[in-house]
Design a binder for this molecule. Structure first.
Ligand code: PLP
Length: 396
């Protein structure tokens, strides 16, 4: 009755959702306080007061005309503010015309992929990756090429990257700070990636776009800088949103910002605006464009996430779990103590711990924990982690 492809995809549906649903069942049996749900990356904190105040001011002000259609790229004054914010830490500044307001980063990625891809063209992603990429690429007739990372750092394996580029390669998606590892790609890595791309473009006479998916860009710890992709790549488009930086995931507000160095930038921008329209988004939500325009440099309190990272990371490390210490985002991606990550996650569930298997991110043998939860949940979960570690005879 429905498309075979969708039916097939429903069968492989997201592990994150599956574990979230398992959590709801467990909570009904044991009570909320006795289930330790690390499964979903839904921002835990309310948006900053400044954002709430902006919203009130806008709604209480003169909003005549605010509910109407607008230019498909969004309000010019908001695009100007976003362009200024994106230009802040780069020598390659952009004008407002390089920005399109979108329905979150998810909308932004779909708009970019629709605009770029011819049938069967390939998009490289690095494992572990945000699983929705596979579906987004498939939405627009592309093929996902999964490429390894170095498991001691979770930075891209550059030899594997070079090997996976061919004449059909159209784009590379990078996601830093990364979901699920929390790793921030170093300037050195970006520089080497750019050199590989330039060399391959020359060899194949092609253009390879970098799509930089950055919804966690402001959630960084330990003073680690996020190298600006505009300083490293030529044909690069940033997909970003305010879902995590301002805790506005349900409001669906984000943007695409293309580098001024892109070949034929006018054609690209017209393509992106057309795709935003014809994917049926038409334009990004009006009121929240205005809200983020006034809050483009505000953020949730990153120290609250830092506190949670340290609580959880330190406890797991003390029990002997191996984990690359996250530099950003709000996830841990430890190695499972047994090879079968699904079996491990099912065992954890017996101790009322909900995690997501690494297989759900194209990286078996690991598991993801989201720490955008209350510190009390992390504290209360400690004995359960101890029992789980004891079950596997883990060494402290
Ligand atoms: C890596 C990554 N990209 C994109 C998204 C989508 O974010 P948005 O809510 O802005 O669509 C998410 C959401 O969790 C994410 O983790």
């Amino acid at each position: 009755m429905i498309s075979k492809k969708i039916e097939e995809n429903l069968g492989n549906s997201s592990w994150i959702r599956k574990m979230f649903e398992e959590g709801a069942k467990l909570k009904a049996i044991h009570g909320d306080d006795n289930v330790y749900d690390f499964s979903i990356g839904n921002p835990y904190f309310e948006p900053p007061t400044a954002v709430v105040e902006n919203l009130k001011t806008i709604v209480n002000g003169d909003i005549k005309g605010l509910h109407r259609y607008m230019a498909n790229a969004g309000y010019q004054e908001v695009r100007e503010k976003v362009a200024a914010a994106v230009s802040e830490n780069t020598k390659n500044k952009i004008p407002f015309s390089n920005v399109v307001m979108t329905v979150g980063a998810a909308g932004a990625l779909n708009v970019a992929l629709k605009t770029l891809l011819n049938p069967e063209e390939e998009v490289i992603v690095f494992s572990p990756f945000f699983v929705e990429y596979v579906f987004y690429i498939e939405n627009h007739g592309g093929k996902t090429i999964i490429t390894e990372t170095d498991k001691s750092t979770f930075e891209p394996d550059l030899d594997a990257f070079a090997k996976n580029i061919n004449a059909k390669t159209k784009a590379v998606i990078i996601n830093s700070p990364n979901n699920p590892t929390g790793v921030i790609y170093s300037a050195e890595t970006l520089k080497k990636m750019a050199a590989i791309i330039a060399e391959k473009e020359k060899a194949f006479g092609s253009t390879i776009f970098v799509l930089s998916d950055e919804p966690y860009s402001v959630i960084r710890y330990d003073n680690v800088e996020l190298p600006h992709v505009f300083d490293y790549f030529k044909n690069v488009i940033i997909a970003n949103s305010f879902s995590k930086s301002l805790g506005l995931a349900g409001e669906r507000i984000g943007y695409l910002a293309a580098s001024g160095l892109v070949d034929n930038i006018d054609l690209l921008m017209n393509g992106l605006i057309f795709s935003n329209r014809t994917l049926g988004f038409v334009n990004a939500p009006a009121i929240f464009q205005k809200v983020i325009g006034d809050s483009v440099n505000d953020t949730v309190d990153v120290n609250l996430y830092l506190e949670r990272r340290d609580l959880l990371y330190n406890h797991l490390a003390s029990l002997g779990f191996e984990c690359v210490k996250p530099q950003g985002a709000f996830y841990l991606f430890p190695k499972a103590p047994i090879e079968d990550d699904v079996e491990f996650v099912m065992k954890a569930k017996e101790f009322n711990i909900l995690a997501v298997p690494g297989s759900g991110f194209g990286c078996p043998g690991y598991f993801r924990l989201s720490y955008c939860i209350g510190t009390d949940t992390i504290e209360n979960s400690k004995p359960a982690w101890e029992k789980l570690a004891a079950f596997y005879n883990m060494k402290k």
